[in-house]
Design a protein around this ligand. Structure first.
Ligand code: ADP
Ligand code: MG
Length: 324
């Protein structure tokens, strides 16, 4: 068995001519929380669906705990837990009854089943309401039970697909802390997908940024943020004049300056051009930039300093926001 617990090579999923996931590669170490961060439509759910055996890849390979996830899908299903993006529970049944049902599907019975059900209910802090029908729960509570279902077979690796989307802050915290505890106390290996960069930053040892089906960066949050260097400033101007660009680039605290493609405005006269400025130190550079533009009587239509976080890394790599 290779060192990696989960190993994905050249994984591809096509729907007709369209590639939802394109030749992605990554591996997850045992006991690691690995993040898959990307915008809506990036390919996160498609990737999880292939990893968890919901549908086969068009090409590429997936190995989990030394097993081939396609050819040995049945053995793989026993050792993985899945928390899908959409809630999959029986609304008329209580949480306990739902958990018993899913536990039985894994061959659990008797005292062992009872103990597992109580243990996962405790894990997601839902023991008290566990006899109420699921339909009476808030969205966040349903999500917590969804997580409990993913844990019922005491999996070695847990796949979570955007578990906190549309969840109230209290449940969101519960889910978050449950995942942290599972990893820290039980050493569980976790693949966590999200489009919330602050979650990925806090939870994940390493993060792959996926956009339009491709992994465009993969590293620790700290190293990814390090890509931003001394900080990046985006300045909106009316005209993409080369002279302005050169003057900004010549400033002491500026490393480079380049125009991005023009943004589409309501009418052409209102179009902004964005000068992307990589700096040695953002605040000092900002003062120099404003001074330089004032001296030349040039208007600054907008100015924005990118915070050193993963959202900015994404913006830096793709030119667009994660939340678009
Ligand atoms: P994410 O989970 O990151 O939001 P998805 O994996 O759900 O992204 O989707 C990736 C891309 O694949 C999107 O463009 C989506 O519209 C497309 N897609 C997903 N499922 C199907 C399908 N069954 N048929 C055709 N296209 C699909
Ligand atoms: Mg999705």
């Amino acid at each position: 068995m290779d060192a990696a617990f989960v190993n994905v090579e050249q994984l591809t999923k096509k729907y007709g001519e369209f590639s939802a996931v394109r030749e992605i590669n990554f591996s997850i170490e045992q006991g690691e929380v690995f993040g898959l961060l990307g915008p809506n439509g990036g390919g996160k759910s498609t990737t999880i669906s292939m990893l968890t055996g919901l549908y086969p890849p068009t090409a590429g390979s997936i190995r989990i705990a030394g097993l081939d996830a396609v050819r040995e899908a049945r053995q793989v299903k026993r050792i993985i837990g899945v928390v899908p993006q959409d809630i999959a529970l029986y609304p008329a049944l209580s949480a306990r009854a739902n958990l018993r049902f899913f536990g039985e599907m894994f061959g659990l019975a008797g005292g062992e089943l009872r103990a597992r059900v109580e243990s996962v209910l405790e894990y997601v802090a839902m023991s008290e309401r566990a006899n109420d029908p699921v339909r009476t729960y808030s969205g966040g509570m349903k999500r917590r039970i969804n997580l409990a279902v993913g844990l019922i077979n005491n999996p070695q690796v847990l796949f979570l697909d955007e578990p906190t989307v549309g969840v109230d802050p209290q449940s969101r915290n519960h889910i978050f802390e449950s995942v942290e505890r599972l990893n820290q106390e039980a050493g569980m290996t976790v693949l966590y997908t999200t489009h919330y960069m602050e979650e990925a930053e806090r939870l994940c040892k390493r993060v792959a940024i996926i956009d339009r089906g491709q992994i465009i960066a993969l590293d620790t949050p700290r190293n990814l943020i390090g890509m931003l260097g001394g900080g990046i400033i985006r300045m909106g101007v009316a005209e993409p004049a080369e002279e302005t660009r050169r003057a900004i680039e010549a400033l002491e605290m500026v490393k480079s300056a380049a125009y991005l493609a023009a943004e589409e405005g309501e009418n052409p006269a209102q179009r902004r051009h964005i000068l992307k400025i990589e700096t040695l130190q953002a605040n000092q550079a900002l003062l120099q930039i404003i001074h330089c533009m004032n001296e030349r009587n040039l208007d600054i239509l907008s100015i924005e300093t990118l915070e050193p976080n993963l959202e900015s890394v994404f913006l830096h790599l793709t030119g667009k926001s994660l939340r678009q």
